[in-house]
Design a protein around this ligand. Structure first.
Ligand code: C2E
Ligand code: CA
Ligand code: CA
Length: 751
């Protein structure tokens, strides 16, 4: 995906590419599997159909043979009956015989009868004289009822077959002929075969064709095997072998079915023996008659398979697309910032990590935020500031080089990663200049950015680490009013190393009790007597004392502050319990509670539990909460303050005046003390701050809230504070933070 996801055109293009891309990975295999399945399905059906056709031709051929057998056996029986009657001596002359049977001839499909002597002379049932009938010996040589092969009729142009049987009448050897039109047999053979496309040959045991239902053989006595071989130009050895096998089988009176290529089409051949004369019925059906049925069937089954494949794939595509739609929605929620349409922090970390691995040269990472953004939010409102953020996002996209990734990480913090081979200063100046004044609706607004830059080294691979470096550089710029950007340098590198050292030793330090409590006395303004103290942490690391300013911000970032605060709280409670035992009372001690605790509303239980452990009343303990906690969007501060109050603690609002919380907010908060930050008693600005402090004092009085002024170092400041009728003073003028024992001395002297 292109990195400038805020560039709308590109974004739409790339989103559609990335999110509506068909998942070919699985569609192809499914399509392939279904295709293979349909192929095998069709092949299976084809096999079945072929088998079916095979059986079909066998069956039809058997039926034809059976019918022919039936006709022949009925005719043969009729001849036997006639001979039986003749031999019983019923008839005196051939004419008697003809008279008796003439009417029955038609029922048995005989055309006529004839009775001839050994010379071939005689009469017929329809009154004809026959003289010297050719080959008459053939008939006299047969013992049983005999059926001749077809021969030309003596009375018509037809071919006939003759049943014959010899007998004696009036001491003469005669033969009875019952003649059948060969056409009648041909009709039976023609009947049923494959809508007339197939055909049948009647052959004798030697393969000579007696009847050809195809009508292709013109000459008599044609050998079927030779005919097939020559007529269809059979050269293929396999096919010739098949024919030879048929010839052999027929000779040995076997039945069979096989397929063979004739005229480039497969033909099915079935041969079946007749009950008479070892004649064979040979049925031949060309493939195309079968194929026609087959093809239609196959086409339908293949069509059905294709349709099923199509339906399944359509369903899959539909499911896939709707899943992609869903995941696109999820993607938007997970990766995009709805205010600016840029990516969010998750997006940034993912894509910047990839960018780090790219071969681009001179890579930079920038962390930038808007100075006093919270104040802008208070002045202009949420909606307006959202538009402001959006405008900044658009500007950044236009200013930055093509290959950048720009994202909004949180509130007003943006992060950018890109590569730039020229002087980075030109990019930074452009960002600062072009975003210094923005036009939102009709309002022109002046903006001051803090920009922290880190030039990425080839060995940098951890996005969090480099992001931290840009962040540190940005925080550094806050204190330097002259510049608007800071490039992470050796100073910061050392600071970072220092921080890493701190982080790696903090857990151990806590165990080793390196963290100690010091107490800074708080003095009542009028009487200058001791009011109480603020407990502050010190880190005694070997021979050096690390001030909280060096580790508290770090511990807030890595959340170790939660452990440390509770530890300090417990230490203070121990001291208080001791003092309670010794003196019968406890001084009011305030303890700092970082806002990091407030992400979990149950944090208060641990504080109460510690108080219970040391049998201390919660209303003797003051919890200091910084004003900045009240403007943190992630914290429902009113709820938190109420929870603290409900559990009885005194609440001080620390560093008041630095967090831009509005004074009106004070009215709704259940606080007891306001601690006015030391910047208000800055010697240089003492007079100019007078009005503000005055105003805060008035408001506090009205709300019944006590006031503490911090950072009072000089007599001049003490006088100033006293004039303002502030209740309590805390500062070096009276005492620096001191050890427990020193503080014990202090309150013994000052109460
Ligand atoms: P804070 O809560 O505003 O504490 C007052 C700070 O002002 C202390 O700095 C104190 O030594 C200093 N101070 C007091 N009087 C004067 C003065 O007359 N002149 C000057 N220049 N400074 C004065 P410290 O002890 O270095 O603590 C710095 C900050 O660290 C504290 O500011 C507080 O925010 C934080 N901190 C200290 N201990 C703890 C702790 O146990 N937990 C938490 N969460 N934060 C702590
Ligand atoms: Ca404090
Ligand atoms: Ca303070």
């Amino acid at each position: 995906m292109r990195e400038q996801i805020n560039n709308k055109k590109q974004k739409n293009r790339t989103l559609s590419l990335e999110h509506y891309k068909l998942n070919v990975q699985w569609i192809l295999p499914i399509f392939f599997i279904l295709l293979v399945l349909s192929y095998f399905g069709v092949e299976f059906v084809k096999d079945l159909t072929y088998q079916n056709v095979y059986n079909n031709i066998t069956e039809l051929s058997e039926q034809t043979t059976a019918q022919l057998n039936l006709s022949i056996s009925e005719q043969k029986k009729f001849v036997e009956i006639m001979i039986g009657s003749i031999n019983s001596g019923y008839f005196k002359t051939p004419e008697d015989i003809f008279n008796r049977y003439r009417d029955d001839l038609e029922d048995y499909h005989f055309t006529r009868l004839a009775i001839l002597d050994k010379n071939g002379n005689g009469t017929t049932s329809d009154g004809r004289q026959v003289k010297n009938y050719a080959n008459i010996e053939e008939f006299f040589n047969q013992k049983d009822v005999y059926l001749s092969e077809n021969r030309p009729s003596t009375v018509s142009n037809n071919q006939v077959n003759i049943y014959s049987k010899t007998f004696r009448l009036n001491q003469k050897d005669l033969v009875l002929f019952a003649t059948v039109n060969t056409e009648d047999y041909k009709e039976i053979l023609l009947r049923r075969l494959f809508h007339g496309k197939g055909g049948t040959y009647l052959i004798n045991n030697n393969g000579s064709v007696l009847i050809d239902s195809f009508d292709t053989i013109k000459e008599n006595n044609t050998n079927l095997y030779d005919f097939l071989k020559s007529n269809y130009h059979l050269t293929n050895e396999e096919d010739i072998a098949k024919l030879n096998l048929m010839e052999e089988n027929i000779k040995s009176k076997k039945t069979g079915t096989f397929d063979i290529r004739l005229d480039k089409t497969t033909h099915f051949i079935h041969y079946e023996k007749l009950s008479i004369n070892d004649w064979y019925v040979v049925s031949i059906a060309p493939d195309d008659t079968i194929a026609k049925e087959l093809t239609t069937f196959l086409m339908i089954s293949f069509g059905v398979c294709l349709f099923i494949v199509f339906v399944i794939i359509s369903i899959c595509i539909y499911i896939d697309l709707s899943n992609q739609k869903k995941s696109r929605k999820l993607y938007r929620v997970a990766y995009l910032d709805p205010v600016t349409s840029l990516g969010n922090d998750v997006y940034f970390k993912e894509h910047a990590t990839n960018f780090l691995q790219s071969s681009a040269k001179n890579k930079y990472i920038i962390s930038l935020d808007i100075n006093k953004f919270k104040a802008l939010n208070n002045i202009y409102g949420y909606e307006f500031c959202n538009q402001l953020l959006k405008a900044i996002g658009e500007k950044l996209t236009n200013i930055l080089p093509e290959n950048h990734i720009a994202c909004r990480m949180s509130n007003d913090v943006f992060a950018i990663i890109f590569s730039y081979e020229k002087n980075i200063k030109t990019v930074l100046d452009r960002i600062f200049d072009e975003i210094s004044t923005l036009q939102i609706n009709d309002t022109s607004i002046h903006i001051n950015l803090s920009i922290g830059v880190y030039q990425i080294k080839p060995e940098d691979t951890d996005i969090n680490k480099i992001l931290d470096k840009a962040y540190i550089a940005r925080i550094k710029i806050k204190g330097l009013y002259r510049d608007h950007y800071y490039v992470f340098d050796e100073v910061l590198e050392n600071q970072l190393i220092e921080e890493q050292k701190i982080e790696s030793s903090m857990e151990e330090a806590l165990k080793n009790e390196e963290f100690k409590v010091v107490y800074q006395p708080k003095i009542l303004t009028g009487s200058e007597k001791l009011y109480g103290a603020e407990a502050l942490v010190r880190w005694y690391k070997k021979d050096e004392i690390i001030p909280p300013g060096k580790f508290i911000p770090l511990f807030e970032k890595n959340k170790f502050i939660i452990k440390l605060d509770l530890y300090i709280f417990e230490k203070v409670c121990q001291d208080l319990a001791n003092w309670k035992n010794t003196y019968g009372f406890t001084p009011t001690v305030s303890i700092n509670v970082s806002k990091e605790h407030f992400v979990d509303e149950n944090f208060i239980h641990e504080y109460v539990a510690i108080c219970d452990k040391y049998e201390l009343d919660t209303n003797t303990i003051d919890l200091e909460i910084t004003e900045s906690a009240t403007i943190d969007e992630k914290i429902d501060i009113l709820k938190i303050l109420n929870i603290i109050k409900e559990n009885g603690f005194i609440i001080s609002l620390d560093d008041f005046g630095t967090g831009y919380s509005s004074l009106s907010m004070l009215q709704n908060m259940p606080i007891d003390i306001v601690k006015i930050d030391k910047v208000f008693v800055d010697k240089a600005d003492l007079n100019s701050n007078q009005n503000i402090i005055n105003y805060i004092m008035l408001l506090a009085k009205r709300l019944g809230v006590k006031t503490v002024v911090e950072g009072v170092e000089t007599k001049e400041q003490v006088d100033f504070v006293q004039k303002l009728k502030c209740d309590i003073i805390q500062g070096y003028y009276y005492s620096k933070p001191i050890s427990k024992d020193e503080f014990e001395d202090y309150f013994n002297k000052n109460t």
